[in-house]
Design a protein around this ligand. Structure first.
Ligand SMILES: [Zn+2]
Length: 279
């Protein structure tokens, strides 16, 4: 996790800040080197906004002395460990969230070209999604992925892709401003093994369950290397935007589908909300 700190006042923040409000000095940032769990308490009694029990609240501290709380739901912890699917709460820095996700998944990106495929529309292939409505991937997540690869794998070439020309035009209009230096192209029918696909579907609640874009399932079955990063920053909750502020990643489409299938039934939206890690 990244912290922002004032070198003069020894104050630190969990969110980006350019100037220290105390001394007006320039604030710097640093990544945690070593994180220690200082304390943890488990709660078995549900309350408003915390309906899923048991959950634990842990106090963490890094080697610089910065400390923070994290809420972890037991169900989420168990299902994640069993399935190889990981959920990361987005704090402020999308690039480090994506980095943490890939660290958990232990992926090494070896193919020479990274092809990021954000979901930009649904259904009839003409439907144009909007990030603020949860029907297209949030530009900050695309920007975070791009800056992660530019910083961590500067030798790999980066490309943004879409399934057809219409979706590609919409993809360019949504993300060209946040992806300097990226090439945009339609995904070829035959996916070469030189491509590492980063499939980025958006979470959609349709009535009482999560539905993921099936186009990805078909596409990934043709790919040699891929990872799925599901955008749950703003998702589509029965036609309205739902704010969950997290990303979910995995390397098997079926495991991702299984992970979301636990949110099914009349309280699925509520229970999905409850598994969000809060700070
Ligand atoms: Zn200061």
């Amino acid at each position: 996790m990244t912290h922002w700190f004032c070198p003069y006042c020894v104050l630190s923040w969990l969110y980006p800040i350019s100037k220290c409000p105390h001394c007006f000095g320039v604030v710097l940032n640093r990544d945690d080197k070593q994180i220690t769990q200082v304390a943890s308490v488990t709660t078995n009694i549900p309350s408003r906004f915390h309906s899923e029990v048991p959950y634990s609240i842990s106090l963490f501290q890094n080697s610089y002395g910065d400390s923070w709380f994290e809420k972890i739901c037991r169900n989420e912890e168990q299902s994640l460990q069993e399935s190889g699917v990981f959920a990361e709460h987005v704090r402020n820095d999308f690039s480090s969230v994506v980095g943490t996700l890939f660290d958990h998944l232990r992926i090494s990106f070896s193919a020479p070209t990274i092809l990021i495929i954000p979901e930009v529309g649904r259904g009839d292939k003409q439907g144009k999604g909007a990030p603020h409505l949860g029907t297209a991937v949030h530009p900050s997540l695309v920007a975070g992925l791009v800056s992660y690869f530019q910083e961590t794998y500067p030798d790999l070439s980066l490309c943004l892709g879409a399934l057809n020309e219409v979706l590609l035009q919409h993809c360019v209009s949504l993300y060209s401003a946040v992806c300097p230096g990226c090439v945009f192209s339609v995904i070829p029918e035959k996916v070469s093994s030189d491509l590492f696909l980063i499939a980025v579907p958006v979470v959609h609640f349709v009535q009482e369950s999560v539905v993921l874009c099936e186009d990805f399932s078909e596409l990934l079955s043709r790919a040699a290397h891929f990872v799925v990063v599901v955008d749950c920053v703003i998702g589509d909750a029965n036609g309205k935007p739902g704010f969950w502020n997290r990303v979910v990643g995995g390397q098997r489409w079926s495991e991702i589908v299984d992970y979301f299938s636990q949110f099914r039934g009349s309280d699925s939206l509520l229970s999905f909300h409850a598994t969000t890690v809060e700070h």
